[in-house]
Design a protein around this ligand. Structure first.
Ligand SMILES: Nc1nc2c(c(=O)[nH]1)N[C@H]1C(S)=C(S)[C@@H](COP(=O)(O)O)O[C@H]1N2
Ligand SMILES: [Mo]
Length: 360
């Protein structure tokens, strides 16, 4: 095993803080991503919190501020489970960086996305116990990890609107695939906000604050926002990223692979927008002239990705494989990365393209 007990094949974008994605083949065809292959995105050193001493504070615009131990969370609230995919806003950034440089951001391929079975307590139940006041509109999450990405350095945080926070899929999770959360994934407790960018699923959670406005934390107010081309990040610039849009990627073959010509199996994942399902995935081997419909696995839950596969007939030499998905609201992935390019390189959901060179 490797750093943080990850598989040796992890593509490590940064050692400290640890930022790594699994190779496509480690994700392909698996409804749940093994924890040892689950991507990891960190903005500062990974905290080491002693579970016995750890407490969760619930404060702000509430009738009854709370201080909860892990034991309180396990004993006083219902325990639920949600299979959910996390996708980093930077997933597939390389496709945008190929259009125009995106300095200072990790060049994530299509592996900044993974799926686990999370268990814990519904955030809605904890909020109900605290009793939000009528002015409550946003729920802020705080963690102790300090990030030097912010200037001056700041602890990590973010927020979601009250409606989403109260939605039954949003968990305070202490368990990942049946085991206590690993340290690198947020032990002892993290938020899981299914259907939203990974940045809102705050790890090492220590505080939930009920507010009448979004969090002013750097990672809510300045980073993870969609900026117009040419804009500089700054507090309140652009729009905060939240719900994910339909997306998909080819996982196998990988870019640069050299399969034998003839029938070549192609596989990948697709994710629908929030509250939607994947309606169709199509693959083209002729630049988008013609498309083959892929077979899609059923989703493990409404919050999980779907794997898909098909076979295409490839001649010897170089071919570009393209995949695109549609969701149940009819939303399509845009064809060109140039159309969705943005200064921080977030939310690339343009057609997935992989170059292969078939052996004759
Ligand atoms: N406290 C804290 N929470 C965090 C982060 C972080 O750096 N610190 N990174 C966020 C981002 S951007 C993503 S994509 C997910 C990644 O979760 P993972 O490392 O468990 O895959 O965690 C989110 N929660
Ligand atoms: Mo992220």
């Amino acid at each position: 095993m490797n750093t943080w007990d990850k598989v040796p094949g992890m593509v490590v974008h940064e050692r400290e803080p640890y930022n790594a994605e699994p190779p496509g083949a480690a994700l392909a065809g698996r409804p749940l991503t093994p924890v040892a292959a689950f991507y990891s995105r960190n903005h500062g050193p990974v905290p080491d919190l002693a579970p016995e001493r750890w407490r969760l504070r619930v404060d702000g615009l509430v009738e009854r501020p709370l201080e909860l131990s892990l034991d309180d969370l396990r004993r006083c609230f219902g325990q639920t489970e949600v299979t959910a995919t996390l996708q980093c806003a930077g997933n597939r950034r390389t496709g945008l960086a190929a259009v125009r440089d995106i300095p200072g951001e990790h060049p994530w391929g299509a592996g900044a996305v993974s799926t686990a079975r999370w268990s814990g307590v519904r955030l809605a139940e904890v909020l109900a116990e605290a009793g939000p006041r009528p002015e409550a509109a946003h729920i802020a999450f705080s963690a102790p990890d300090v990030s030097e990405v912010a200037a001056p350095p700041e602890t990590y945080g973010g927020s979601v609107p009250l409606d989403k926070a109260r939605s039954p899929e949003v968990l305070l999770a202490h368990t990942m695939d049946g085991r206590p959360l690993p340290r690198v994934h947020g032990a002892p407790l993290r938020v899981v906000v299914p259907g939203w960018i990974g940045a809102r699923s705050v790890k090492w959670l220590t505080r939930v604050t009920v507010s009448d406005r979004p969090s002013d934390n750097y990672f809510q107010a300045t980073a993870y926002r969609m900026l117009p081309a040419g804009a500089e990040p700054g507090p309140g610039e652009g729009v905060p990223l939240g719900p994910l849009a339909v997306n998909c990627a080819v996982l196998t073959p990988g870019d640069g692979d050299r399969p034998p010509s003839g029938p070549v199996p192609v596989a990948g994942y697709a994710l629908a927008g929030e509250g939607r399902t994947v309606a169709r995935v199509e693959v083209s081997a002729d630049g988008g002239e013609s498309w083959t419909r892929a077979e899609t696995d059923p989703a493990a839950s409404p919050w999980a990705w779907q794997h898909w596969r098909t076979t295409v007939e490839l001649p010897p030499g170089e071919t570009e494989l393209i995949a695109r998905a549609y969701d149940s609201a009819g939303a399509a992935m845009p064809e060109s990365p140039a159309a969705v390019w943005n200064p921080k390189g977030y939310a690339n959901n343009s057609w997935s393209r992989v170059r292969v060179r078939c052996r004759g």
